[in-house]
Design a protein around this ligand. Structure first.
Ligand code: ADP
Ligand code: ZN
Ligand code: ZN
Length: 745
């Protein structure tokens, strides 16, 4: 039988429901709404005996097979997003293998989905600059302690807050707040959160560009004018003026009446980043970040959706910002791994989503970096992306002297599992005597215990995968988490026969302890993810460091980027090798990126800096390329290895993780999945594993992984889709799909 052509008329709409479960249903549209209804509208619909709200994602939509119930009404007259954003979300759900409602929830933050009506909160904001608030607080402390307490809380908060919270926190009565309002110190408002008087941001004008900048901007402007899709890879060292190019490109976009999205890694979303954009564009900029309260997040989104803001600046999730008619998308520090969502599905990569969004919107996208990802540079080499290079710094800063210290021959201080070379200690002492600051840097990202030879620097690698083996304490074996190869640890180094083998894994904490022992009078602070827990303490440590109240700052990759401290004259890289030995094929890339950034760190003021890189592999090409700041050299070398093994960017990886509370079972299901999957995959696809990841048990769930190496993600996912139902998914088994994983761990 031939099925009748699907008739799409104005009678049906597809609605994603605002419920904890992922649900998307089709409803009929009553005649009185069919002229008004649009994609992006927030609507009220029936579900069982309830009424729930949801968003229209397709209209008109094909009629469902069974009869549908009817949309009750439109809740807010303005739609929240348009067709392009829905197409983008559909692409995310397909490419990253999750349901459409799931992807939709990722794109639309929960404050938007939940509190559709703006809550009528009474806001309190400082009405005078913060410096005056502080003075007033000090004046009032003796005479009106409760008013002083209110000002104290506002001062701490640094801006507007709900008056109820303000009163509760300060313990002051309403009358004190009214008194402050009468004195003109505090502003009360039931409207949108008042801006209050925050620190003034001085407006800036466009700078005169140097030649390289002008060439790059001209190319970008051409595409903005043409309103066509093109990916620019803007490769320029830190301080080469990339941000100034973003700013001037955005003015062109605004002149055309269009908008822009700027993505920055969460970590570099410091107040200074936002201020540079606000100083140029004022309140046309809206900033989104993870530390915002639900209310703040709600208003930021509405400001973008309504068109009152034309520029959205934010981390990963801002790629879904409902900016009307984007004319440009910028992804700054495009190589940053924080663009990949790793906690919950969909495991999307915001850079790749940004490229797709630009394609759908028909606008250019700029990927900026001092150390582009191998993927992006490869796309440029293949002609898919357009390269724009900045080789000089407009503000001629002195590049630091970089010294590689060969730890195999260096006499050293070695205690508590930490090694410092004599030269590093000497330089530190000199710096301390002169009142300069030092940063000690340990790259520890995704670092697990490896077996290393202290005599020759050998590290045990998998014979099949070219990643290092990780030591599993429980089984006392070395394991490759990619293919599952295992072996007992050797007694002697297979290269130099030395017995001086160590399980290396040195922490920042131990470095901090040892430095305190060696320099008892130095003020040492540690900053890494463990010590930093809260976003706020991170900021506080940096403020203290800037104010000169810390002599030595010890940290992980968090301190390697985006910071600018004129009094730092020495940067010590404690173990440059750690990342080279990481059990991840991107290890070398990460090391190169981080060392390049660290090498650009010291001596950014008038003082010339020194970088000391301690290593057991002083001739490693990535290390040498980083020291010489030669990206091309690194890239060419790196591609040789990637090509040999067919790793990305030549192929894609799709990582399947089977989780179960029963270890046996997770392995069995993983094996079964591999067997089922094999016939459906294309000939060139390869399945690696099952293998246990280095952390093979998380919160009682055992994990086994299959890694599929493939040319085409879409056909692989189709094969996966076909076998999943046949797997008889038991309750206690979960399968996670990570497309283009950035961590192999
Ligand atoms: P990047 O984003 O590549 O790190 P920035 O745009 O932040 O570089 O520029 C670094 C510094 O140089 C900033 O202080 C900026 O104001 C300044 N700068 C950038 N372009 C110029 C220029 N054409 N002339 C003078 N100073 C410039
Ligand atoms: Zn050896
Ligand atoms: Zn292996």
């Amino acid at each position: 039988m031939i099925s009748p052509p699907q008739c799409i008329d104005n009678h049906h709409a597809e609605v994603v429901l605002n419920l904890p479960v992922d649900l998307c249903l089709t409803y009929t549209v009553p005649d009185n709404l069919s002229g008004k209804l649009q994609v992006g509208h927030n609507v009220l619909v029936p579900l069982g005996s309830r009424r729930v709200n949801g968003f229209v994602t397709t209209f008109p939509a094909p009629p469902p097979r069974r009869s549908a119930r009817s949309v009750i009404r439109i809740l807010l007259s303005d739609p929240f997003f348009g067709d392009n954003l829905v197409s983008l979300i559909r692409w995310v759900s397909r490419y990253y293998f999750c349901s459409f409602p799931r992807a939709f929830k990722t794109a639309l933050p929960s404050p938007i989905r939940k509190s559709m009506k703006s809550p009528r909160v009474l806001w309190a904001a400082p009405a005078v600059p913060m410096t005056e608030i502080r003075e007033e607080m000090e004046r009032l402390t003796g005479r009106a302690p409760r008013q002083a307490a209110i000002l104290g809380v506002l001062l701490k908060r640094g801006g507007a807050m709900p008056s109820a919270t303000l009163l509760k926190t300060s313990g002051a009565p309403r009358s004190s707040l009214s008194a402050l309002q009468k004195k003109g110190l505090v502003l009360l408002s039931r409207e949108e959160r008042p801006a209050g008087r925050e620190e003034e941001i001085l407006p800036t004008r466009p700078l005169r560009l140097n030649e390289e900048q002008s060439i790059a901007l001209k190319r970008i402007r051409e595409e903005i004018e043409k309103e066509s899709f093109r990916v620019f890879l803007l490769h320029g060292i830190t301080g080469s003026g990339k941000t100034e190019i973003y700013l001037q490109a955005i003015s062109t976009v605004l002149k055309k009446g269009k908008g822009a999205i700027i993505l920055v890694p969460e970590i570099s979303l410091t107040p200074q980043t936002g201020e540079r954009f606000q100083a140029r564009f004022g309140d046309r900029v809206v900033i989104i970040h993870s530390a915002q309260s639900p209310g703040e997040r709600y208003r930021a989104w509405m400001k973008a959706a309504s068109g009152r803001a034309r520029i959205v600046l934010g981390p990963r999730s801002a790629v879904f910002a409902p900016i009307k008619e984007p004319g440009l998308i910028v992804v700054d520090e495009e190589h940053e791994t924080s663009y990949k969502q790793s906690a919950i599905s969909p495991f999307y990569h915001a850079r790749d989503v940004a490229v797709m969004r630009a394609k759908l919107e028909g606008c250019p996208v700029i990927l900026g970096s001092a150390t582009p990802s191998v993927e992006s540079y490869y796309n440029q080499a293949k002609g898919k992306y357009t390269l724009l290079s900045l080789r000089t710094r407009p503000m001629a800063a002195l590049l630091p002297v970089v010294k590689i210290v060969d730890m195999r021959v260096e006499r050293e201080y070695h205690r508590g599992g930490v090694s410092f070379s004599n030269i590093l200690l000497e330089k530190m002492k000199k710096g301390l005597d002169e009142g300069r600051q030092t940063i000690l840097f340990l790259n520890r990202r995704g670092f697990f215990t490896v077996l290393a030879c202290r005599a020759c620097g050998y590290v045990a690698h998998c014979p099949h995968c070219s990643v290092s083996l990780t030591y599993h304490k429980k089984t006392r074996r070395l394991v490759c988490h990619l293919c599952g190869y295992t072996s007992p640890p050797p007694r002697r180094c297979p290269v130099c026969q030395s017995e001086d083998l160590v399980f290396a894994g040195r922490g920042t904490q131990r470095i901090e302890e040892q430095i305190k022992k060696i320099f008892p009078s130095a003020r040492v602070r540690r900053m890494d993810t463990d010590a930093v827990g809260k976003r706020d303490s991170h900021r506080k440590i940096l403020e203290e460091f800037k104010a000169g109240r810390i002599d030595v700052l010890v940290g992980t990759q968090m301190i390697a980027k985006g910071l600018d401290f004129p009094n730092v004259t020495l940067v010590g890289v404690i173990m440059a090798d750690t990342a080279l030995n990481l059990a991840d094929f991107r290890a070398t890339e990460y090391t190169f990126q981080i060392l390049t950034q660290v090498a650009g760190r010291a001596g950014r003021g008038e003082l010339k800096g020194t970088v000391i890189v301690q290593t057991y592999s002083p001739r490693h090409p990535a290390l040498l390329a980083a020291v010489r700041q030669e990206y091309e050299l690194f890239f060419q070398r790196e591609m040789i290895g990637r090509r040999e093994l067919g790793y990305p960017p030549l192929n894609h990886f799709v990582n399947l993780t089977v989780l179960s509370r029963n270890e046996e079972k997770s392995l069995r299901v993983c094996e079964h999945l591999a067997r089922l999957l094999r016939p459906g995959l294309s000939g060139s696809d390869e399945i690696l594993g099952p293998a246990p990841p280095p952390i093979n048990r998380i919160r009682g769930w055992y994990r086994y992984q299959l890694m599929i190496k493939t040319r085409g993600v879409v056909s692989t996912l189709r094969a996966l889709q076909a076998v999943l139902p046949g797997l008889g998914t038991a309750r206690d088994v979960k399968i996670e799909v990570d497309v283009d994983p950035i961590s192999m761990l």
